[in-house]
Design a protein around this ligand. Sequence first.
Ligand code: NAP
Length: 344
Amino acid sequence: MLPAHLPTPTLYSSGAGEPSLRWGIVGPGWIAGEFAKALQAHTDQKLVAVSSRSPETGAAFAAAHGIARVHGSVDALVNDPEVDVVYVATTPTSHLEIGLAAIAAGKHVLIEKPFTVSAAEAHQLTDAARRANVLAMEAMWSRYLPQTSVIQQLLHDGVLGDVRQVLADHGQAIAAGPEHRLFRPELGGGALLDLGIYPVQFSSMVLGAPTTVFAAGEMTATGVDAASTVVLTHAGGAQSTLHSSIIARTPMAGVIAGTDATISLDGPFYNPTTFTLMGADFFSTPLTWSDPTDVRGFAGLSWEANALARFVGEGRLESPVHTHDETISILTTIDQARAQVAQR
Ligand SMILES: NC(=O)c1ccc[n+]([C@@H]2O[C@H](COP(=O)([O-])OP(=O)(O)OC[C@H]3O[C@@H](n4cnc5c(N)ncnc54)[C@H](OP(=O)(O)O)[C@@H]3O)[C@@H](O)[C@H]2O)c1
């Protein structure tokens, strides 16, 4: 039996007593621009500084987003005494070094996904943050979206029965070609690390860490995984079937199938989206959830920023909904999947 109503979402709204932190951005690229807009439209957080390797890029970004200070190096930004938290929005292979520099300067860090390019690096970063008594959080924004809290409540209430299968895919056709960061191993490219991390974290949220990992796929001529399918098995025999690609667009859907009911998220499932809850009966009438807030698309990055500020206010050193252990576990799965795809 489906419930009469879907649960009310838990919102990481602004104005809930969280501190208004002073943010500095490293890496004024594409996602940093979306983050700056989201922060300014939907939070009480302050954007005070940016650093770029290029003075022109830094100045243009600062002008576009009304940011007072432009720094010419990571070092200068992380040591800016008027910055409380550093948002690391650079390409993945630089996350460890920049994250460590910010932590050494005593700053909280929000690090874009993938947190680092391996589980070993993630261990290094989380250990350093814990020792320095600062909060380190992966910018896994999907975890802070309203829809995720509703799904977690349905899982918690046992509405799906026994979850047997998670299906998720994230495929984009990156038109820019071999010069794009996603095709370059030295920048942390490849579908699994950058796009596949969303399906893997979705599976992790629902079924936890896998007991076995099987991956097969194809490599690009540049030496990164182009497309792959990963099959995970979990304690009790449940499975996850996860796909990622940088060479072909796929629906980007997410499905959680249980013995009593199934949740189907419309693509892109990791963005603010809609989902249906369908009973096991073939003719069941689905319940549809749609986001009741006016936060759409990449404005949804604001939820993670509000969440970080709330966690800092609570004196936390990690996110309670996406812990350091889980970040490391997800990267462990990706390490194994990438190695298998490269070997086959
Ligand atoms: N949450 C999401 O939905 C989402 C979406 C897209 C990307 N991302 C993630 O965000 C990160 C950046 O992706 P993007 O698409 O924004 O990339 P991008 O447009 O290429 O921007 C990355 C920026 O990082 C800086 N940078 C690159 N290498 C650096 C280094 N070694 N040291 C310091 N700065 C460096 C560059 O800025 P300067 O040249 O000005 O220094 C560059 O503009 C990736 O981890 C990606 O997975 C997340």
